[in-house]
Write a new protein. Structure first.
Lengths: 255, 358
């Protein structure tokens, strides 16, 4: 059974149709990439899946349950994590605190217990810390643990954002342009991490990406979008050789 | 100054992380406990007032410094707390019940004002809290039957376990105890999930939401806790002024509270205390030099508020970290002496965020 299904989803902003009737299904354990020129509606689809936008039409199913109308803050506890195109970390908090915020959806201590910082809260905090440390080790960012995000280089921030999403212990991970702003080496490293996350943690990944090398390296299937519509869906090489996709990217004689 | 070797995650959850920190806070506490025995009544009274403003500062710091919500109506919470406490005392309730009750009532008001303002932020939130403040001010004036109107009423002198809370000494000790308690509560919040959620909302609402943080609930709780703490300060303030009148809870008081958190340094509990110290010392300093100022400047009306305003502007322009930021830089300078580099304390431009969804 597919882990995520988008059924004819559409998004209108006033008169602008950002996404028009897009359908696709993501299988458990695969890396599913979405490509397309600027303004194709890739990030809009992400914002719909993470429920920041409510689709104008269509339905979204995650793990057999309808998530078209759930409130945005429940998405994380359902098991969907995401990163952002331009990094939305908590800049005035340390790396560790950022990862711990990723654990928020797993925290179940009451308000009064927190006010008194009871031993139950302390034990829960230590359990969260252990989980966060696992992620720190997985990504190899130990030496930045107590540094403020505002003082970290861009490449490290990208990794931290990935780590924060992993702290949610997601089953579906949405990566919005994981390579943007990274140099060639860092992009390759990111590719290896995506592979590791899929292989070692068994997380299904949907990725929006422009770097075709990275897309080719990690994805099982690729969805090409243009102007809010599906152009092609298939393996990376199939999509890259699709005449419609080539026309959307570099233009061509009108059909 | 050397941090102890870390051997367990538990250590990172301690409030005082080094033996040196623990010792210095203990010394401070002991010093504060014996001050009234050696100092004159005037100073003890002033310090008591300082503690009250520090409590309110801690309350507003949680909201403005950690959750990123600016409130220009906190004088109203101070007023609600003061009136609620004084009225309950007058009804014959004991102090130990009426003060916490005043905090709870004010917290309820905080949640009530928090809910409709959830969709606002920045300037709009400031304006709506300002409106709330002036509404409460009017209610305190007009509701004669409950508040005594313009004339207000005298606050009853309460007793705790047979000990009369009166004079400078009484206010000093009760305020000190409440301040310590409130700081403890605030630090607990900050090391628990709620505190992290507040910081997350301050730094990026959109990703806070995607991390599973319920914006509406967290902001309401922040408003409630902040108002409740300010309400406690209000209850103590009633004893400090001894006679309640509605005009003491005006916009100027709100601005003084905002000044405390900005000048002290946003996003630090030390800042709330530093800010309160500064705010209470400045009028004293002005009073001291008033007669020696040239051109009769000392007798100019409005000297105090305009100085506050000027200092607030200067701090925001040149030291956004406030007094606490300066203090951290000084500590860093001492630690790294003589190897300090000026660039270490230079402000950095952060990466621009373009994808802003609100």
């Amino acid at each position: 059974m597919s882990i995520f299904v988008a059924d004819e989803i559409a998004m209108n902003f006033g008169g602008i149709r950002a996404v028009e009737g897009v359908s696709f299904a993501v299988e458990p354990g695969e890396v599913f990439s979405i490509i397309g020129p600027n303004g194709a509606g890739k990030t809009t689809i992400f914002n719909m899946i993470s429920r920041i936008y409510t689709p104008s039409a269509g339905r979204m199913m995650f793990d057999g349950a309808d998530i078209t109308n759930v409130p945005p803050h429940t998405i994380a506890s359902l098991g969907i994590a995401r990163t952002f195109q331009n990094i939305e970390l908590f800049a005035n908090a340390s790396l560790l605190q950022n990862l711990l915020i990723g654990r928020h959806c797993h925290s179940k201590v009451g308000l009064l217990a927190q006010l008194g910082f009871t031993s139950a809260v302390r034990d829960a905090e230590i359990a969260h810390r252990e989980k966060a440390e696992e992620v720190i080790e997985f990504l190899g960012v130990q030496r930045y643990r107590d540094q403020l995000i505002a003082n970290l280089p861009y490449g490290v921030r990208k990794v931290v954002e990935l780590g924060r999403a992993l702290c949610i212990e997601p089953r579906l991970l949405l990566l919005d342009e994981p390579s943007s702003g990274l140099n060639v080496e860092e992009t390759e490293e990111m590719g290896h991490w995506i592979g590791d996350i899929r292989r070692d943690l068994g997380v299904t990944i949907i990725m929006v990406e422009h770097d075709m090398k990275l897309v080719h390296m990690v994805s099982d299937r690729v969805l090409a979008l243009a102007s809010g519509r599906i152009l092609a869906l298939g393996t990376s090489s199939e999509v890259q050789n699709d005449p419609e996709v080539i026309r959307a990217y570099i233009g061509g004689a009108p059909a | 100054m050397i941090a102890p070797f870390k051997v367990s995650y538990r250590q990172d959850l301690l409030l005082a992380k080094t033996p040196a920190a623990k010792a210095s806070y203990a010394v401070l506490l002991v010093a504060l406990a014996v001050i009234p025995l050696v100092m004159g009544e005037f100073y003890v009274g002033e310090l008591g007032g300082l503690f009250i403003f520090a409590i309110a500062g801690v309350g507003l710091m949680l909201l403005t410094g950690y959750t990123g919500l600016v409130s220009l109506g906190h004088a109203a919470f101070l007023g609600i707390g003061a009136y609620a406490h004084a009225i309950m005392l007058a009804q014959g309730l004991p102090f130990l019940i009426s003060l916490p009750m005043a905090g709870v009532i004010t917290a309820a008001f905080g949640v009530a004002i928090g809910v409709p303002t959830l969709r606002m932020s920045g300037l709009y939130l400031a304006i709506s809290t300002l409106a709330f403040g002036s509404i409460i001010g009017t209610v305190l004036q007009k509701w004669d039957a409950l508040t005594g109107g313009f004339d207000g009423f005298a606050v009853r002198t309460p007793t705790i376990l047979g000990w009369k809370i009166q004079g400078a000494m009484g206010t000093y000790y009760t305020s000190l105890i409440v301040l310590v308690l409130v700081i403890w509560l605030a630090l607990n919040i900050l090391r628990a999930p709620l505190g992290r959620a507040m910081v997350a909302i301050r730094d990026s609402e959109i990703s806070a939401q995607s991390m599973g943080i319920n914006l509406a609930v967290t902001k309401s709780i922040a408003f409630g806790v902040s108002a409740g703490i300010t309400g406690l300060a209000g209850g103590l303030y009633a004893h400090y002024v001894r006679h309640l009148a509605p005009d003491s809870f005006d916009i100027l008081l709100s601005i003084q509270l905002v000044t405390i958190v900005f000048i002290g340094g946003l996003g630090s509990m030390h800042g709330a205390i530093f800010g309160a110290v500064f705010m209470r010392l400045l009028p004293q300093a002005i009073a001291m030099v008033r007669d020696d100022l040239p051109f009769g400047l000392g007798r100019t009306p409005g000297l105090e508020p305009s100085l506050f305003g000027l200092i607030l502007v200067l701090v925001i322009m040149f030291e956004p970290g406030g007094i606490n930021g300066r203090w951290m830089k000084l500590k860093h300078w001492c630690k790294s002496f003589p190897l300090h580099r000026r660039a270490a304390s230079r402000r950095q431009k952060s990466y621009a965020k373009s994808e802003r969804l609100r």
